[in-house]
Each structure stands twice: as C-alpha cells, then as structure tokens.
Write a protein that binds this ligand. Structure first.
Ligand code: HDE
Length: 747
C-alpha cells in the first residue's frame, strides 16, 4: 500500500522521540506525557544517527573496510578522556590554587581543550564558502554505454554519491537566498575511482580563460576597504569589471534572471559548463556537455521574497534540503548529455565548444538522459563531510576526459592547489568523505596528516623488493591522444571568443515577458547600488548590445539617458531556457494553513495536504495546540513567527481563529476590535505580491480584503468547500506561481 513518505517520516520521528523519552510521547499528540530528557546519572548508549542521516563509508585510506561504524564514532564511549585516552574526572573546572586562587599553567587538560578549540576552524573556501550537502545514489540507465566505457554508466549500476550545493561569493556564514550563481558539485564514488562533476546552476561562465579568475572574484567579493557588501554583486567593483570585460555579459545576464535566486537547491538545473570528451570501449571519442535536470522542475524566488528570506531565515536553502530528505521527499535529478561529434575543429553548428561563455541550445542538441541521481541521506557531521569534502575537476575515471577549454585547464590546477592549504597538507584524500571506494595502490608517502601506515620497503618503480608491485595497469586511465593545434606560442585567444553578445541576446529573447521583467528589475536594483555614474552608464551600453527594450527600461529606472548602440546579431530564441509555462510535481511544497476555530476542518485539511505529498504548517495567534475535541493539532507557526516567505501557498480557514475576534485573528492582546491582525495582513499581502496561490473559504474574504487582495485576482481561490479550495490551490502550485499576477508591460 502506498503511503505518503512525509507522513511516514513524521511517524518515524515521533516514534524515535517517544523511544528516547522512555515511551512517553511528544507534546501535541494523544495521550501525551511531557518529555523527560533529563541529564543521565550514569552512562548509557548515545543516540544513534537519525534515520535521515548517513556518513561516508567507513573504509581505510587504502580502500579496505575499516571496521568502524557511524554508531561508534563521536561521543560513543561511556567515559571522558583526553585526546590520548587518559580518563578525566572533571572537565568543568580549571586546575586552581584554591577555590579563589589563580589558574595553574600546569593544567594539561585545560591547555589541550582550549588549544584544540582554538584551531577548530579551517580556512573557508576562497569561493563557494557557503554550502549544504547530502549523500545519495546515482543509478545509470546504460544509455551512455555507446559513448563511454566508464563503469558507473553501465546499465543499472548504482554508485554512491555526495553532492554539495553552494553560493559563490558569500562567506561561510552568509545568507542562502542571495542573487548569485550556485555550485552543484557531485562526487561519484565509482568502482574505478572517484569522478567529480564540479558544476554550477548556470551553464556559462564569466570568463573564457582561467587566468581571469582572480580578477572576476576580486571584483565580486566585498570591497577591500570596508568589506561591504557581503554575498552579492550589487556594488561598484563587480559592475566596474563586468561592464569593461564584456565576455562576462552572458553569465551576468543569467545571474540577473530568475536563475540567480533559486527557490530551492532541489529545483535547480546543474551544468558541467565545459565540454568534456568521452571515450567508448572501442576508443571512439565524443564531445559532450553534462546537464542535471531536477525532477521537481526549475523554480525561483522573486527578488523581494529572497531579500526577506535572507533576514527571516538565512538558512533557507540549507534547511529546505535537509528537511526534504528527513521527510523522505528525496530530491532527484536526471543526468543528461548533449552529444557532439568529435570533429577536428571542436565546434557544433558554428558554436565554439571550447568557449565556456557559450551554450549549445537544447533545440540543436537535445539533452539525452543517462542516469538518475537521488539524494536520500543528510550528513551526520557538517564539518567532517560538507566542509572537508574536496572536489576536483581532475578526479576522472577511464571513459571521461577533459578538453582544451582554457578555463578548464586552470581549474585542473586550482582545486588540488587550494585544497592543500584549506585542508592542511596533501593527504586530504584520506579524510573519510574524500576516500575512494576503489582500491588504492599509490606511491604517495608521508606529508602532513598522514593517517595510513604504509607497509613495504619500495614506494618507487621499478622495484624488486616489493615484488615489483604495484604494476602499471594496462586498463588504466589514458588521456585521449587528440592532436594539439600547431601555432606560435602566445597569450592569445581564437577569434570566436570575441563574440560576447549573440548568446546573451538569445537568452533574453527566450524568456517570457514576466521573466524579462524580473531581469529589468534586477539590473535596475543592482545598478542603483552602484555609486559611480560612469559605471552605470557603461553598463547601459552593454545592455544596448543585448536588447533595446532591456536597455531602455533599465535606463528609465536609473533616470539615465539611453545610450547609442544596438544588437548586431540576429539570433533565434531557445524556448528551453524559459522556466515558465509548464506544470511540475508539487511534492514537498509548503502550505501555510491559517487556522480557524473548526479543528475538525483543520485536521482533515492537514491530512489532505500530507496525502498530496506536501507539507502543511498550521498558523495560529499563539503556540501550543488548537483548542477542541479529539486528536490534537499542534500550532507550528504563531502569528509572531509566521512570514509569507516560508510558504508556497496559503490557505485561510473560514471561521474565526481560536483566541481571535475575526478571521485571521485580531491582535488579541490589544483587546480592541479592529482590522485583521496586521501580521496576517502583511503575510497575505506579501504572498499575493509574490504571486503565490491563495485560498480561503467562508469568512476568509475579510482577510483578503484587509490585505488589499481583490477577490477576483488570478490565483485567489475562494469558495465554500475547503477540499475544493485545496485542490484548486494544488493545481495552481503545479505551475509554481500565478504568473498572471505580475503586471507585464512588455507582452
Ligand atoms: Fe571553481 N573553484 N573555479 N568553478 N568551483 C572552487 O575549489 C576555480 C569554476 C565550482 O562544493 C575552489 O575547493 C577556478 C567553474 C564549484 O567544494 C577553487 C575557476 C565552475 C566549487 C576553484 C573556477 C566552478 C568550486 C574553491 C576558473 C562550474 C565548490 C574551493 C578557471 C563549472 C566545490 C575549492 C565545493 C570551488 C577554482 C571556475 C564550480 C579555488 C580557477 C566554471 C561548484 O579551486
């Protein structure tokens, strides 16, 4: 019998909590006794990892099973010890000469504890510092078997994976919902070694040559004098650089589009960006671009919503990913490839495949699915896994090779190099999260943080002392002997790299009017934050090369004259680039339920939302449980804690909320009759402006009116039967937002 994974997971959590509390249940449940997580007076077993959590596979540095289990790590044993195993009777007091006397320098435990703490942090990543990750599995369809011999792409092979999503510019503690590119890095622990697909959610990059990477990142990071602003591109140095360095135009345009503010990591595409070269079993080669297609569709926030989220819940994306996995609503992506013949000139339909500022439209080369990625477990320890994971574009397996894209060449150097600093030496491959699942027989020795004890006398080749082992593997990784183009040495680029505007124009023309409007608003916002008029004017000249309407609208917003110049190329749109107009699954979508006084109704609706695979959050004036007979209903958000940005849709129950005088609740404490509680009004008004489906029945209309929402506005469902309203709102959610609600002067 099919049951809702979310409901199942909720039950599992309830059972686990009940068990932990010695059989009693959690508040808000029938037969409740308050939990007693009292301080134990004698050792007992630690709590095991939660059902949604999994750590890296416990293997040794040489790939053998280590005998450890995730259960035995951490605070596993009964008694506290020093790092070297000496038992400790007291960790709460420093060693002192008398109760009020000086602390003694000889206190080895104090020194060890504080010294270790002092060094708990490692340098954050120079880019992509803020991230969130999950474990999962990749299952190959076998459809790539004719183009690559990679074993993990053979039909039905399952490969463990670890995926880290990230923002690029902000530091580790910055907010999630910023306007930025997102990293999408996947580590495949294949039987032939590790393959890392270190991609982004945007298919092009700011620069065509790795030597410009420090420039673009220095420009995007906060200003060096005051370190302002954090985690965003809306400042002078960024726009100074991209307006001068126009090969950044395409990537910047994607950032200014809805792609720069994803709704969820679960709803982003991923791209390998560069072209890769696949090698089949018979040696034949093919050029490909990698794509991740989310099963939930590609969806975004709206800019005001994103800005509110960054204050209300800076961990929005991180929380969303972990919650979905914990609830059993596992996010999934299909891996696909665009395939191009490995012609000598490495172009396709006139597009230079070695230029990372260009895409190949899906209409010209369809994305062919080759496997399914499912993320099904949260990490056990953020530092050990998400922070210490080390991705590298040079982690390749037989069947996958790189191309001569000069951006990729620099990356092949950079990742290992930066990780030696970040992870403190060259042995980070031995960290649990980075260990391969394939046997390791390297001759790499010693170094900082060496944890393997290598036996044998001859870590060199050729040797006779260790029996000649390890032998070179005839079936090992071979670089494709692709001929190198002859030419004079020089700091040069091909002529095709000079085209900076045709593809930005294609992207612009491919967007729906609503999406174009968002792009205009984004450029206007960002350039409004630029102090130097010359930079704003220069960027307008760049926009004129993309599209006259875009340029005029942004110029009008900035109060600046429209510069001369117009697009010089004629291009066809690529409809696949638009996010709007299709219908997607609603799994995991969050519905706010402003409770009325009819508890039966709320109970039924809550269950109906769960049955549809979505997440209901009950909103009421105060916390605790809703008053009423029968199974209790817990209030999950008080009016003080609820904010529209947490919900994909909001339903308002018809009858007045408990403890309130009117639908939506008046400010009960103020005790005066008056309008609907202003916090509810604000919530509804924001949700309306952010084009979220809204529903209500009975007296709910009073709430809509108070929030300035016209009764006949698109996507506002009012009726008499709650179940019908829910089903209509669910249909609307399939389209993500009520797009008609955005004013569109451009159509
Ligand atoms: Fe990265 N990039 N990158 N990058 N990149 C790093 O490696 C670099 C580029 C990407 O979750 C760093 O371990 C150079 C493109 C992701 O741990 C560093 C260039 C794409 C992540 C580095 C690029 C990416 C990184 C920083 C220009 C998409 C996060 C910390 C030639 C295809 C991985 C680290 C994670 C991280 C260098 C451009 C994706 C410094 C030199 C293009 C997803 O090595």
């Amino acid at each position: 019998e099919e049951t809702n994974p979310i409901a199942k997971a909720v039950d599992k959590v309830i059972d686990a909590v009940a068990e932990r509390n010695g059989g009693s249940e959690i508040p808000g449940r029938p037969g409740v006794e308050p939990p007693t997580i009292a301080e134990p007076v004698e050792p007992r077993d630690p709590l095991p990892p939660k059902a949604d959590q999994r750590g890296p596979d416990p293997v040794t540095a040489t790939g053998q099973p280590s005998g450890e289990t995730t259960e035995t790590r951490g605070q596993g044993g009964p008694f506290l010890t020093t790092a070297t195993g000496t038992r400790l009777p007291d960790t709460d007091h420093s060693l002192k000469a008398g109760a009020r006397g000086p602390v003694l320098l000889r206190d080895h435990h104090l020194r060890e504890k504080i010294t270790h703490f002092d060094h708990e942090r490692i340098p954050e990543r120079v880019v992509h510092a803020r991230g969130a990750a999950a474990h999962g599995v990749f299952r190959a369809y076998g459809t790539a078997a004719n183009v690559t011999k990679a074993a993990f792409l053979v039909k039905d092979v399952e490969t463990p994976v670890f995926v880290r999503f990230s923002t690029v510019l902000g530091s580790r503690g910055s907010a999630d919902a910023v306007r930025d590119t997102r990293g999408f890095a996947t580590k495949f622990y294949t039987s032939e070694g590790i393959f890392d697909l270190v991609g982004n959610n945007i298919p092009v990059f700011f620069i065509q040559d790795a030597i410009k990477f420090p420039d673009v990142i220095h420009a995007g990071k906060p200003h060096p004098d005051r370190e302002i602003p954090q985690a965003q591109s809306a400042h002078d140095t960024f726009w100074d650089f991209v307006s001068l360095h126009t090969e950044a135009t395409h990537h910047t345009l994607w950032n200014m589009s809805d792609r720069g503010i994803p709704r969820s990591y679960r709803m982003m595409e991923g791209f390998g960006v560069h072209t890769f070269r696949l090698v089949a079993a018979d040696g034949a080669t093919t050029l490909v671009k990698f794509h991740w297609k989310p099963k939930l569709g590609v969806h975004s926030l709206v800019w005001e919503e994103a800005q509110i989220i960054n204050g209300v819940d800076p961990d929005f994306h991180r929380r969303d990913l972990a919650d979905a996995i914990e609830a059993g609503a596992y996010p999934a992506w299909e891996l696909g490839i665009q395939i191009f013949p490995d012609s000598g000139d490495q172009t396709y339909e006139g597009i230079d495949l070695l230029d990372p500022t260009k895409i190949v439209p899906e209409e010209l080369a369809p994305v062919q699915p080759i496997g399914l990625l499912t993320l099904d477990a949260n990490p056990i320890n953020f530092f050990a896994e998400t922070e210490q994971v080390a991705f590298h574009v040079g982690h390749l397996v037989p069947g996958i090779d790189v191309t001569d894209d000069p951006l990729l060449a620099g990356r092949l150097f950079s990742y290992l190099d930066t990780q030696i600093t970040r992870l403190g030496g060259p042995n980070f491959d031995q960290l649990p999260i980075n260990r391969t699942h394939a046997p390791v027989n390297d001759m790499l020795r010693d170094g900082m943080h060496q944890t393997a004890v290598h036996p044998g006398a001859a870590p060199y080749r050729p040797n006779s002392l260790d029996g000649g082992c390890p032998f070179q593997a005839p079936d090992g990784y071979v670089e494709v002997p692709f001929p190198v183009e002859a030419g004079a040495r020089g700091r040069v680029a091909p002529a095709s790299y000079d085209d900076h505007f045709s593809q930005p124009r294609m992207f612009w023309l491919s967007l729906s009017p609503v999406e174009q409007e968002h792009v205009i608003a984004a450029y206007t916002f960002e350039l409004s934050k630029v102090y130097e008029p010359a930079i704003r004017e220069r960027q307008l000249k760049v926009l004129a090369q993309i599209d006259p309407v875009l340029c005029e609208e942004v110029a009008a917003g900035l109060g600046l004259p429209v510069p001369d110049g117009k697009p010089e190329t004629i291009v066809d749109p690529s409809p696949a680039l638009s996010q709007v107009g299709r219908t997607w699954p609603v799994a995991g979508r969050v519905i706010g339920l402003v409770a009325g006084s009819d508890i039966d109704e709320i109970r039924t609706l809550r269950q109906a939302i769960l049955d549809a695979g979505m997440v209901p959050l009950v909103i009421a004036p105060t916390g605790g449980v809703l008053p009423g007979e029968g199974d209790q209903v817990t209030v999950q958000r008080t009016f003080a804690a609820a904010r529209s940005v947490e919900f994909d849709a909001i339903l308002v129950a018809g009858a007045p909320a408990p403890g309130a005088d009117a639908v939506g609740g008046r400010d009960a404490k103020a005790g005066v009759p008056g309008p609907v509680d202003p916090r509810v009004t604000l919530m509804m008004n924001e949700a309306y402006r952010h084009a979220k489906p809204l529903g209500g029945w009975g007296e709910a209309d009073a709430t809509f009116t108070a929030a300035g929402i016209p009764a006949d506005a698109p996507g506002v469902v009012s009726g008499t039967d709650p179940a019908t309203v829910l089903s209509q709102v669910t249909d609307l959610l399939g389209g993500h937002r009520v797009w008609d609600r955005f004013p569109s002067g451009l159509a």
